[in-house]
Design a protein around this ligand. Structure first.
Ligand code: FES
Length: 326
């Protein structure tokens, strides 16, 4: 794959011809951090920010993931100096830092481009044309997967499912979504990125550079968090159908849907109440959207910057008639 556009290899074409499409997990970056390039821009300011991140957590090592994003925002990759700096600030070994940095695919061993482009080729995106998008992008840029254009403007990556299957096939630019892509849209997008034109995610956000996006992921907001809608119509379709039909979660409201569906909904709601033995009550539900968002952005440890470990959702124990869930 390396050194030539995706799909250019005769061997790969014949392989596909014989066996048809095969879905493969793609995690090529499973090696160690590249220690052969010692270049770095990490300075005292970076150290101060790394220390600030560490101070946000009761256990400083909980800050390692955002700290690695900060390293990437400064050095364009996880650099040897970045690993050293994280280890020094956290009081852990460079092997421990390296072990984390090489586990997650968002941490790069080689410099990403000014813009980092990902193309999803997991099942649903593949079915909807993800492989064609990747081949188109690769051919148009003249680079293979995990490579960067000679001018350093764009790097290309094959990505696994980005949980945006309802907008398949999707591409990512600097971790912002580009939904419902086609080869034509992909070429126009890449040309805009290469020419330095302003580009907006299909969800509204103005694209910054990959390094700027990494700084935001590190925990230094750029004030753009509210640009664009948080969920598109495709993701909200089920909710809309439920509203149109008058469906509601058991205990929230009596379903009012008509016909067979409405009657089934009534029965399910009654059965759930009976099994739970809580009459009109039900377990507390997380506030719509906020919980999943919080989980998606929570550090992969047992702590939060607020210093409190997220507790397991607790089952309500109210007896029949003892108030209602919020
Ligand atoms: S398969 Fe591409 S976002 Fe899920």
């Amino acid at each position: 794959m390396s050194g030539q556009p995706v799909g250019a290899s005769a061997a790969s074409s014949s392989h596909r011809g014989e066996r048809g499409h095969e879905f493969e997990s793609y995690f090529p970056e499973s090696g160690s951090v590249d220690m052969s390039d010692p270049s770095t821009d990490i300075d005292e300011t970076t150290y101060a920010e790394l220390r600030e991140l560490a101070s946000r957590y009761p256990q400083p090592r909980s800050a390692l993931l955002p700290m690695l994003h900060l390293v990437q925002s400064v050095d364009g990759r996880v650099s040897p100096k970045g690993i050293e700096a994280c280890a020094e600030v956290l009081g852990i070994t460079t092997a421990q830092v390296s072990g984390v940095a090489t586990f997650y695919t968002m941490y790069k061993r080689r410099p990403a481009g000014t813009h980092h482009v990902g193309v999803c080729t997991t099942a649903l995106c593949a079915v909807m044309g993800g492989d064609v998008l990747l081949e188109t992008a690769s051919r148009h840029l003249g680079i293979g997967v995990d490579e960067t254009t000679p001018d350093g403007r764009i790097s290309l990556e094959r990505i696994e499912c980005n949980a945006a299957c309802d907008f398949a096939p999707v591409m990512m630019v600097n971790w912002e979504f580009m939904d419902d892509m086609t080869p034509e849209k992909a070429v126009a997008l890449l040309d805009d990125l290469r020419d330095g034109n302003e580009v907006r995610s299909t969800r509204g956000a103005t694209l910054t550079s990959w390094r700027e996006a990494e700084r935001v992921l590190a925990g230094f907001p750029d004030g753009r968090a509210d640009e664009g809608p948080s969920a598109g119509p495709q993701s909200l379709l089920g909710l809309q159908i439920a509203k149109d039909k008058g469906w509601a979660a058991p205990g929230d409201e009596k379903p009012t849907g008509d016909g067979v569906v409405g009657r089934v909904a009534h029965r399910i709601a009654d059965a759930v109440r009976e099994v739970a033995g809580v009459g009109g009550d039900h377990e507390a539900q997380p506030a719509s959207g906020s919980s999943s968002d919080a989980q998606a952005h929570a550090p992969a440890t047992a702590e939060t910057p607020q210093g409190k470990a997220p507790s397991k959702p607790r089952r309500r124990t109210t007896k029949p008639g003892e108030g209602t869930a919020k």
